[in-house]
Write a protein that binds this ligand. Structure first.
Ligand code: GCB
Length: 601
């Protein structure tokens, strides 16, 4: 789905700001048609933001079910004769949207955009009322899954993943215009002719443009970063040649502009500008190659998580987080455990940060659920994660691909985090999902993230992955406090994975650490223990040629649900939740900036 933009023929209006808001504790709003009039008894709610931590008290923090958002906006006078679209960058986890009294769109899935053509419902120059009812419930039909328990004290949301179920309008809402005849979609596939490591390469940009609204012809022009025209072509699809191409590289996010023009008769009806980074990605044996050169992932599994705003996107926090990644010497991140805001993805593309792009499929594991305090039997069954969840999961993969398919920074899809992967049922569940991911994208590798309870000797899904991604907690959840035993166990296990002959990435490793807690014996929870544990992992990693990347869990401390294993959230951050470095951050910085990593940063 195209991201809204201002162009010669398009305009956007952000609806970010304070909306009216009301939690629907009794679940009566839909029946009482709250959308049909100004929201009564409402409070102010910032958009974008999670609503959970905005006001004190548990009521909103732990709310289960619908909440209502409402705003008014004036449709610009100049949009007469244009198509008008209302787009939500995300609504977590499901939403139904009304313009005035008319329902315009419903969407399930908390981290991907959706939109509605509202042209017939609006009059340029006049005001409209936009109402969204947003439902935060997770069930066996949603991704991620969850369980609603009915108790005498009201419904309680349980879930099997380790981050707080922040909800609401986490990203911007847009009203935007396009001409009636308009670019509906653009797909680009970059490549190079010959050996990508050669000097003076010719790049290629395969493109396909979908147009809606009338008969047309399409012209595309490729501009370099200075705006100079490199090449042009007629037709809705084709392949452009880029002589002496400037590649998109890790550490240098060089991008071209593909200017897509739709001509309608003599006039240019619509213009859409698609960023293009020319780079190749390939898994060859145990190597992960970007532009034909081995790439070693250094960085973090992250979370969209901040004080007060929860998962709400904020440019200041984003730029600061990327500055910390640069400071520490990271070259990549994983969008654990859901698609991140498109602003974040744009930033990564523009700055050469390599991304493992993950769906929201997390919490499909009985053993992990037990650690976090929820008991489930037979995860992959019709009583739990069954065909309905699988359909939602397939949809999540499709929507992630549609949103991020053109991004040069995305080099690997992760279709799930830590599912149970050793049962025949898990294989049955996942086989078609791997097939779907490959059918959608034949140019990028696909994988999933393996859990410590489904090791190499029993796992049934690694055979479908191009890359082995594993999360391990030797020295924390197992061999707790004993780094010697942990080192031996980690090394023994990596030897097993080595046998697959694929690149191995450690997508999570780490230890909960209370910032400021110091201990002369290097006890668990101290800053000394975290640093020592990471150091031990690095020693082991460096012994394996097939080892192609290390992502520490986590970039920063983050909020979780309440329980006996978390004190005010997960404390495995290299930074605290307010982004102060722990000793581990300095250790990582020394490692990641202190040597030549294959010439790639
Ligand atoms: C994991 C999960 C992650 C948790 C982490 C932990 O394996 O993938 O979501 O937060 O462990 O700290 O337990």
């Amino acid at each position: 789905m195209l991201r809204p933009q201002d162009s010669a023929t398009r305009e956007r209006r952000s609806l970010a700001g304070l909306w009216r808001f009301r939690a629907d504790a009794d679940g009566v709003g839909r029946q009482e048609r709250w959308f049909a009039r100004p929201l009564a008894d409402a409070i102010d709610m910032p958009v974008p933001s999670s609503y959970n931590d905005i006001v004190p008290g548990r009521e909103l923090h732990d709310h289960v079910g619908d909440v209502w958002y409402q705003t008014t906006t004036r449709v610009p006078r100049g949009w007469a004769g244009q198509r008008v679209v209302l787009r939500f960058d995300a609504a977590t986890h499901a939403a139904t949207v009304f313009v005035g009294e008319t329902e315009v769109v419903s969407h399930q899935g908390g981290y991907t955009p959706f939109e509605a053509d509202v042209t017939e419902l609006v009059t340029p120059g006049e005001e409209i009322r936009v109402t969204a009812v947003v439902d935060n419930r997770l069930t066996w039909e949603t991704i991620p899954p969850g369980i609603i328990e009915q108790t005498p004290h009201g419904p309680r949301q349980k879930y099997m993943h380790d981050f707080f179920n922040y909800a609401g309008l986490h990203r911007t809402v847009w009203l935007y215009s396009t001409p009636v005849v308009h670019v509906e979609d653009v797909t680009v596939v970059p490549g190079v002719q010959g050996d990508p490591t050669a000097e003076h390469l010719t790049g290629t940009v395969g493109y396909a443009v979908a147009v809606a609204g009338g008969s047309t012809s399409v012209v595309v022009r490729l501009l370099d970063a200075d705006g100079g025209e490199v090449t042009r072509a007629d037709g809705a699809d084709g392949t452009l040649e880029v002589p002496d191409v400037h590649l998109w590289q890790p550490g240098e996010g060089y991008q071209y502009d593909l200017v897509v023009e739709v001509h309608h008769g003599e006039t240019v009806a619509d213009v859409y500008v698609q960023k293009v980074g020319v780079r190749t990605v390939e898994v060859r044996g145990t190597e992960f190659l970007i532009n034909g050169r081995p790439f070693y992932f250094r960085g973090f599994g992250m979370h969209e998580d901040h004080l007060t705003r929860g998962k709400g996107h904020d440019d200041a926090e984003m730029v600061h987080d990327f500055a910390l990644l640069e400071w520490i010497g990271a070259n990549s991140l994983r969008t654990s455990h859901y698609p991140y805001a498109e602003e974040v993805m744009d930033y990564a593309d523009a700055h050469g940060i390599v991304v493992i792009d993950e769906t929201p499929a997390v919490g499909m594991n009985a053993a992990v659920a037990a650690v976090l305090g929820t008991k489930i039997d037979n995860v992959f069954s019709e009583e739990a994660v069954g065909s309905k969840a699988q359909a939602a999961h397939a949809q999540a993969i499709r929507e992630l691909y549609e949103r991020d398919k053109n991004r040069p920074g995305v080099v690997l899809w992760s279709i799930a985090n830590e599912p149970e992967s050793h049962t025949p049922e898990s294989e049955e569940y996942f086989k078609p999902l791997f097939a779907l991911a490959r059918e959608l994208d034949e140019h990028r590798p696909v994988g999933f993230v393996n859990v410590m309870y489904s090791k190499a000797d029993v796992d049934r899904l690694a055979q479908y992955s191009d890359v082995i991604m594993i999360n391990r907690y030797y020295g924390w959840y197992s061999d707790s406090g004993d780094l010697e035993a942990a080192e031996a166990a980690l090394e023994a296990e990596l030897h097993q994975w080595d046998a697959h002959g694929k690149p191995i990435l450690m997508t999570e490793y780490g230890a909960d650490t209370v910032a400021g807690l110091h201990d002369l014996t290097g006890a668990m929870w101290s800053e000394e223990y975290q640093a020592e544990l990471l150091d031990m992992y690095h020693r082991v990693f460096d012994r394996f040629d097939s080892f192609q990347g290390e992502h520490v869990w986590n970039f920063a401390d983050f909020q979780t649900s309440r329980g006996i294993v978390r004190v005010d959230g997960n404390k495995k951050g290299a930074f605290t939740r307010d982004r102060r470095p722990k000793a581990a951050a300095h250790l990582l910085r020394r490692r990641w900036t202190g040597r030549d990593w294959l010439g790639q940063d």
